[in-house]
Design a binder for this molecule. Structure first.
Ligand SMILES: Nc1nc2c(ncn2[C@@H]2O[C@H](COP(=O)(O)OP(=O)(O)OP(=O)(O)O)[C@@H](O)[C@H]2O)c(=O)[nH]1
Ligand SMILES: [Mg+2]
Length: 330
């Protein structure tokens, strides 16, 4: 079952959770409903647009162009929009086509783009601790996502530690402390305005001494154009590497789904600073720009590990291509 191995759970736990498959069903319905609500704006736009364009029911240059424009305006990005419309043109050009058929083909194309990147975040056991660095611009949901991840790892029997490397604001450390209590895990923090890299170093050493399974490193939100802050992020990575060259074992960018196309530039800039190897998308329960997720998948082919669909501890789910595409197309 998807939920069981979503964040790389152990075999025993997988089996244990598999046995509760049936009782999980209502929960799944619940979060899909949340996802659908979040994607409602995007899916209404797509549905109304498709209905308007295909009123004449033939796929020709004009309708194709209309569809391409619609996809671009729905945040899919030019490249994705062109790919989808040319796939459609190959099989259906000059043929009669209904809005329902368009939706079906669109859904299939989206699944094809998303499926290769829908990969769970795995705790492999290869490194102890597995160091997971979380980064991103201000307010995307890094700290909250760390709390949610920790809760999942703990439920799977892993020991978890937080490194509070957002040392700019006292409130940031306090927020992470609240999550450490909720998820029942350890936290290492420095003095306020301490060098975040030194906190990361200390936490990593402590986690090794205590044989911790997962070290989650919370960093301050930073705008891509703030050079010194971006350099500070690379310093955190450099210092972590002094302990183990292969760490951090995951560098994840947290993106806010309501941002749309700007998320692509965030991935690009952070990717120049740290070796990003995964994405988590939050706020898909809000008024998300769902097309943006497809655009991200197409442009970067980075794994999308999970999605946030609310503010509470249980509101993090594995990214499922089919569920997402179906909710987006409506
Ligand atoms: N609706 C919704 N809200 C979320 C989600 N994830 C986070 N939030 C909210 O977004 C706000 C910012 O979350 P934080 O976790 O503080 O974000 P951050 O990236 O750590 O912020 P900085 O440290 O200031 O950069 C909080 O109010 C969270 O509750 C989500 O999936 N859905
Ligand atoms: Mg934070």
């Amino acid at each position: 079952m998807k939920m069981a191995c979503m964040f790389g759970f152990s075999k025993e736990n997988k089996n244990k959770k598999d046995t509760v498959k049936k009782s999980d069903k209502p929960k799944k319905d619940g979060w899909i409903a949340k996802l659908k609500t979040g994607l409602n704006k995007s899916s209404s736009k797509l549905n109304e647009g498709i209905k308007d364009i295909f009123v004449r029911r033939t796929l020709d240059d004009e309708t194709l162009e209309g569809l391409e424009d619609l996809l671009i305006s729905a945040d899919f990005g030019v490249e994705t929009a062109t790919t989808i419309t040319s796939t459609l043109a190959k099989t259906k050009y000059d043929k009669e086509i209904s809005p329902e058929e368009i939706k079906e083909i669109l859904c299939k194309s989206i699944i094809e783009i998303l499926e290769p990147v829908a990969k769970p975040l795995e705790i492999t056991g290869e490194h102890k601790p597995q160091v997971i660095l979380m980064c991103g611009v201000n307010g995307t949901g890094k700290t909250t996502t760390i709390g949610k991840l920790a809760s999942n790892f703990k439920a799977d029997g892993k020991s978890v530690m937080f490194a509070a490397c957002d040392t700019f604001r006292a409130a940031a450390v306090e927020q992470l402390e609240v999550w450490s209590k909720r998820a029942d895990c350890l936290i290492i923090k420095g003095e306020i305005e301490a060098d975040p890299a030194s906190v990361a170093y200390e936490a990593y050493q402590k986690a090794r001494e205590e044989n911790i399974d997962v070290l989650l490193v919370d960093t301050a939100g930073r705008l891509q154009n703030k050079k010194n802050l971006m350099e500070q992020l690379t310093k955190i990575v450099r210092v972590i590497k002094k302990i183990d060259e292969s760490a951090p074992h995951n560098s994840i960018i947290v993106l806010d789904a309501t941002t749309g196309q700007n998320a692509n530039s965030q991935v690009k800039t952070f990717g120049e600073m740290v070796n990003l190897d995964g994405i988590i998308i939050t706020k898909l329960d809000g008024t998300a720009k769902g097309g943006g997720v497809v655009s991200l998948a197409k442009q970067f082919t980075l794994p999308i590990h999970a999605i946030g669909i609310g503010e509470s501890i249980q509101d993090l789910r594995p990214f499922d291509a089919k569920d997402f595409a179906e909710s987006l197309v409506g």
